[in-house]
Design a protein around this ligand. Structure first.
Ligand SMILES: [Zn+2]
Length: 279
């Protein structure tokens, strides 16, 4: 009985030890990888742009007359509608090229996946807001729309409870479907949040293969050459396309700009190492 127990337990114990070792190795690998940024041979974040909602209350030429002050071949990466299971693959692609993005999250998802929200923040990305449940805000009345906005912001902040303050969410908001009203725009402004539209996108809400999406996106990129790019991290086709797209940016002289809230400690913390790195 004892012997049998031992022979039965041994493989279990072995797999537990192996499992623990694997977790440690993965953790060490991830740490080493993150510590390697900025790293030669990667795209790298070229600069950090502090965005003050007072100066830039509404940006993105698809919806507004103004956009961010970007130079030729400078791109701001933004991802909407997460967190989702595919966010992991998106984070890996960004980490592999040492670039930072902004995630406009849906509160309901953030509430359901707080660990993923924490991970996005811990990996240095900016977290913006995209309402609680992604409704058409212009069609539900001001009071309901206001609740959608505020509940979403609260959910994203709640998901980050307990993390250092410099990794809190940003006062950046994007309307679902870019559908706003003058009253809601004023409401966001009164909260001292910046409203983000976009300058171009991959139309990744349409089903298509990663290859077709990459081709479409590169065509648009080459036409516009700079701006705020809208992608969706819950879309598997986008997660699959992203490594090749980032490689294209690197090989064609494009630069990724990371946006952070003006005056935040995030801006100070993130700007210094990048300046020292000389990227
Ligand atoms: Zn959306």
């Amino acid at each position: 009985m004892n012997l049998q127990q031992r022979t039965q337990l041994t493989p279990t114990a072995k797999s537990t030890v192996l499992g623990a070792a694997l977790v440690i190795l993965l953790a060490l690998g991830a740490t080493a990888h993150a510590a390697d940024c900025p790293r030669p041979g990667t795209l790298g974040t070229s600069r950090v742009l502090a965005v003050d909602p007072a100066q830039y209350p509404r940006v993105g030429t698809k919806s507004f007359p103004q956009t961010l002050p970007l130079n030729d071949k400078e791109i701001v990466l933004t991802f909407d509608d997460g967190p989702a299971a595919t966010t992991s693959a998106v984070l890996k692609a960004l980490r592999d090229e040492c670039v930072h993005a902004t995630f406009f999250m849906v509160g309901k998802g953030a509430h359901e996946m707080p660990a993923m929200v924490k991970r996005v923040a811990a990996e240095g990305h900016t977290i913006g807001h995209h309402t609680w449940s992604h409704r058409y805000l212009a069609r539900i009345g001001f009071a309901a729309a206001k609740e959608e906005i505020d509940r979403g912001i609260d959910a994203e902040n709640a998901a980050l409870a307990g993390v250092p303050s410099r990794t809190r969410t940003a006062p950046f908001f994007r309307f679902p479907y870019f559908e706003s009203t003058p009253e809601l725009l004023n409401y966001i402004q009164s909260k001292h949040y910046a409203v983000f539209g976009a300058d171009f996108w991959a139309s990744d809400w349409e089903p298509m293969t990663p290859e077709v999406q990459l081709k479409l996106l590169i065509g648009r990129l080459e036409a516009i050459r700079k701006g705020i790019l809208l992608l969706h991290d819950p879309r598997a086709q986008t997660a699959a396309m992203l490594p090749a797209f980032l490689r294209y940016l690197r090989e064609h002289g494009y630069r990724v700009v990371h946006i952070v809230p003006a005056g935040s400690s995030t801006a100070a913390v993130k700007t210094d190492p990048i300046k020292q790195g000389g990227n």
